[in-house]
Structures are given as C-alpha cells and as structure tokens.
Design a protein around this ligand. Structure first.
Ligand SMILES: NC(=O)c1ccc[n+]([C@@H]2O[C@H](COP(=O)([O-])OP(=O)(O)OC[C@H]3O[C@@H](n4cnc5c(N)ncnc54)[C@H](OP(=O)(O)O)[C@@H]3O)[C@@H](O)[C@H]2O)c1
Length: 258
C-alpha cells in the first residue's frame, strides 16, 4: 500500500502556476486567494484592472493580467505575459462568467451572443491555448471549469445562462477524454447559489429569499464554501485519477428545485 500523504501535502500547490479568469470579484477573487495560500503562483485575469491590481498586491506570488475573455485573439499574448513572469501556466481556472438573464421570447441577440462568448467560447479557446502549450512542453496540468447547478436544471428567465453552463459541463468531459493522454485533467465545479456581485440583488429579493427556502441547507453559499472542491480538483496529488467530473457544491439545491 502507498504511504498516507498528510493533507498539507495532498493539497499543496507549490510549483504550480495558476491563471484564474474573472478574478476581480466573487468566486474568482476567492479562488485566486486560496490557490496562492496553498503555494501556487497566481495570475489574476479580468477586465477591471484596478481591482485585480489591488487583489494581486495583497497576495504573495501573484500578478494582475488585464484580459477580456471574449477576445480570443488576445489569448496567446496573455499566456506569454504570464509565462514571462512565472513560467508556463499549469492550472487554468475558467471562472469568468455573466448571467445575462432574460425571458426566452424577449432574448436580445446581443445578450445571447455575449453569454455564449463569455461563458462558453472563452472556456473552449482559453483551454485550447493552455493545453497546446503544455502538450508542446510535455508537461502535465489541470483545468477547473465553473459550471452551475443551472447546467443540469433550468429556471425561467435564465435560459441562455442555463444553456451556457450545461455546455461547460459537457465541454469538461469532451476536453477530459482528449487531454487525458497528455496528462492534463479537466474537471468542473457546479456551484449552487453563492453570494457574489452576480447574485446579491437576486438573493436579497423576494424571489431570492423564496429560492433560499427551497435549498435543503436553507442558505446560499459563501465563496469559501468552494475552497475544498477547488483544492481537490486543482491538486494532482489529491485528484490525480479524477478527470471529466463536475462536482456540485450547492447545499443540496439540485435535488430540490421546484
Ligand atoms: N454566484 C453564484 O451563485 C454562481 C453559481 C454558479 C456558477 N457561478 C459562476 O461563477 C463564476 C463567477 O461568478 P461570480 O458569482 O463570482 O460573479 P461576479 O462576482 O459577477 O464575477 C464575475 C467575474 O467574471 C468576470 N468577467 C465577466 N465578463 C468578462 C469578460 N468578458 N472578460 C473577463 N472577465 C469577465 C468579471 O470581471 P471583470 O468585470 O472585471 O472583467 C468578474 O470577475 C461565473 O462563471 C458564474 O456563472 C456563480
């Protein structure tokens, strides 16, 4: 039998270089903090330069990278900049996302396009750029995508978002089966409702309070509720045999939609 690895080593990320998209707020800011606290060097990517600069300053071994994930033509330069600072990126967290809510019959084509560009196409193109570099170097790595419980259930008025997050879960499996042979693991987290800039107004509304009552644990999550799932999927020691999985972290919500 293999010796037992203590948890501090099992989830240690020293030597990893992580690029987190949407790191300027909410889940992404927390992901960056957690990865840095476990030894990874972290590239915080988002459009709001002031936010990521301030967050990076507060972390050890972190840099800010201004990036609009709807502009795939800028991705090679973004990875080049990260590499110049820290070496090749070995962990990609595809977290940037938008919730352009709206009823199906009223869908504005521009909002649909922006949802798909941000939540779906960006994940595909960033992952491709990331993986091609690692394959070229013959180095292992990991991708953690951010799906949602709304990737497997639907709620009225959020159709485009639900479709986009279902695509992320399916993309996770599709990339996993092709990248396994290159030592690159691809997994996803499917959060339930978590307090963030994206959800705060809704969770405080009448509809949001009713939703919270339907969550078996009777609360929305805090970004820190995702720490364990992130570290598990990021760590090759802890999750070396996991790929293609979508891990739900939702207080049981996915079983109680109505
Ligand atoms: N909160 C929840 O309940 C929940 C549940 C399930 C899944 N999720 C997913 O979790 C992820 C993070 O959401 P959040 O709740 O933390 O929301 P948030 O606080 O609104 O954060 C969204 C992040 O995405 C970034 N972003 C949006 N469009 C971008 C673009 N074109 N280019 C680069 N970055 C962009 C934003 O940064 P800039 O504006 O600075 O660019 C921001 O950092 C999203 O994928 C969301 O769908 C959230």
């Amino acid at each position: 039998m293999s010796p037992v690895t203590p948890a501090s080593q099992l989830f240690g990320l020293t030597g990893e270089v992580a690029l987190v998209t949407g790191a300027s707020s909410g889940l992404g800011a927390r992901f960056a903090e957690v990865l840095a606290a476990h030894g990874a060097r972290v590239v915080l990517a988002a459009r709001r330069a002031d936010r990521i600069a301030a967050l990076a300053k507060g972390l050890s071994g972190a840099m800010a990278l201004v990036l609009d994930v709807t502009k795939p033509e800028t991705f090679p330069a973004a990875f080049d900049a990260a590499e110049r600072e820290f070496g090749p990126v070995t962990l990609l967290v595809n977290n940037a996302g938008v919730a352009n809510d709206g009823k199906f019959l009223d869908t504005d084509p521009e909002r649909w396009d922006n949802t798909i560009a941000t939540n779906v196409s960006a994940v595909w193109h960033l992952s491709r750029e990331f993986a091609r570099r690692l394959v070229g170097l013959k180095r292992p790595g990991a991708i953690v995508n951010v799906s949602s419980v709304l990737g497997c259930r639907v709620t009225p008025g959020a159709g485009a978002y639900c479709v986009s997050k279902a695509a992320v879960a399916q993309m996770t499996a599709a990339m996993a089966v092709e990248l396994a042979r290159h030592g690159i693991r691809v997994n996803a987290i499917a959060p339930g409702y978590i307090w963030s800039e994206m959800t705060e107004a809704y969770l405080k509304s009448e509809g949001g309070l009713a939703t919270i009552k339907r969550i078996p644990q009777r609360r929305a999550g805090d970004p820190s509720d995702l720490d364990g799932a992130l570290l598990l999927l990021a760590s090759r020691k802890a999750a070396g045999f996991m790929t293609g999985s979508t891990v739900t972290v939702d207080g049981g919500h996915v079983w109680s939609f109505n």
